[in-house]
Design a protein around this ligand. Structure first.
Ligand code: ADP
Ligand code: MG
Length: 415
């Protein structure tokens, strides 16, 4: 059990002690040293601007990975009597959160490392809710530092040289009763994206089709075998929003145009805006209605060396019905997560080809946006053809997705 109150946590950046997080009437982050050019705790909180930062709420870069949804409920059930304030959740995340920040209670022993798992074994594991529960129990201590609503856990992998990566490096996204075939759906979307030349994390679908296994994109294996941890901030965090829990529909506010403007403001090299156009166009064309502010992010080594993260969490959502709250009436997902254009004329309706092209050229500076749409359309057709031979993909999911993709592919021309 953690202490009842946690007024202070030590914060490490890429494994090196860098500051303190204090919680009194407000949250305060203090850099330990005064060098202006030390690694920044967040892109918009550099030591060169201020050495002490205060906020009434937890800083977005720390808030963004706090377990929510399924993982939070599991933590709650596992530690029914434990206070689970944001400070407690950070202490539980320890060194294992997405990105390069780590948290430690002073004078508190580090948890024992979890036994590593071999990727092939994992892919052969037949999914059942009980098997996934067991995985979560075995790995929760090391895998708590990830947000998102769907069931998922992070695990440390044995790599090909049989060396263990010291922190969890695989993400397992599991089946969800509410969304049949979700893992297979996301797998097909990622396959089509990769075929279209869009950067994705490395991914695999388990043999039974019920678990999607992803490599963490914020970890980079170095030639000497060591592991580099990249900074990661999702767009909601970069926009200063905390979007967990009650306020969660905040992540559905705004527009893709504003996201592009934020990327511009961060001075990412221009090709990142071209990539952003591909992500938006792809989401439109596979009918992904859940590409909200937490499903885009920026990776970085420093503010001068930052780039758009690979595409992740992309699903053909229009094949599912959903409820806004437990017991609420079922709705059909017929819109985008965000408006395409900012301003009062912006709409969440799926755009016309003309609107998409305008978004590409005017907002993202792409010189031949139609070529991007053609490339994606071709990848959708080819991926769907190939999926027929893949027995892991449930036939109903495949035919429903094929229908949605055929609509989306109309944005591309055949030639
Ligand atoms: N491959 C990955 N590498 C590193 N972080 C990831 C990766 N995939 C997802 N994440 C992080 O985990 C969070 C939740 O994952 P996501 O795929 O969006 O799940 P959900 O469907 O529950 O929203 C994302 O918002 C992102 O911060
Ligand atoms: Mg997500």
């Amino acid at each position: 059990m953690l202490p009842e109150k946690i007024p202070l946590l030590q914060v490490a950046i890429h494994g090196a002690m860098a500051g303190q997080l204090l919680k009194q009437s407000v949250y305060e982050f203090r850099y330990l040293h005064a060098h202006p050019d030390q690694p920044e705790v967040a892109l918009l909180m550099p030591a060169s601007r201020q050495l002490t930062w205060q906020d009434g709420d937890l800083f977005p870069v720390m808030d963004q990975n706090l377990p929510e949804g399924d993982l939070f409920m599991r933590l709650r059930a596992l530690f029914p009597k434990q206070a689970l304030s944001p400070m407690h959740l950070l202490a539980l995340i320890g060194d294992n959160g997405i990105g390069r920040l780590g948290y430690a209670l002073p004078d508190w022993p580090a948890p024992p490392p979890a036994p590593p798992i071999d990727r092939a074994t994992l892919l052969e594991t037949a999914y059942s809710p009980r098997v996934f529960d067991e995985l979560v129990h075995a790995y929760l201590a090391t895998g708590a530092g990830i947000a998102g609503m769907q069931p998922k856990i992070m695990l440390p992998a044995l790599d090909t040289e049989r060396t263990t990566i010291p922190i969890p490096s695989l993400i397992v996204k599991a089946a969800s009763a509410a969304y049949p075939g979700l893992a297979a759906n996301e797998y097909l979307c990622l396959k089509a994206a990769r075929r279209a030349g869009i950067l994705t994390p490395t991914f695999e679908l388990s043999n039974d089709g019920h678990m999607l296994v992803l490599d963490r994109f914020d970890l980079v294996r170095q030639p000497d075998g060591s592991l580099e941890r990249l900074g990661f901030e999702d767009i909601a965090a970069l926009a200063g929003l905390r979007v967990r829990d009650v306020l969660s529909d905040r992540k559905y506010q705004g527009s893709y145009q504003r996201v592009a403007e934020l990327l511009r403001m961060l001075q990412l090299p221009r090709e990142n805006l071209h990539r952003f156009f591909e992500h938006v166009a792809f989401s439109v064309m596979v009918r992904n209605g859940d590409a909200h502010l937490k499903n885009f992010g920026v990776l970085y080594r420093s503010s001068a060396d930052a780039w758009l993260a690979p595409m992740f969490d992309v699903v053909t959502t229009t094949i599912y019905r959903y409820t806004r709250y437990d017991g609420g009436s079922e709705l059909e997902d017929r819109t985008l997560a965000l408006r395409l254009f900012a301003g009062k004329h912006g709409s969440k309706a799926y755009p016309t080809t003309e609107e998409l092209l305008r978004f590409g050229s005017k907002v993202c500076g792409v010189s031949h946006p139609q070529a991007v749409l053609n490339r994606i359309a071709a990848a959708l057709r080819e991926t769907m053809d190939e999926a027929r031979q893949d027995e892991r993909i449930p036939a109903t999911v495949r035919t429903q997705m094929a229908e949605a993709w055929a609509q989306g592919a109309l944005h591309g021309t055949k030639s």
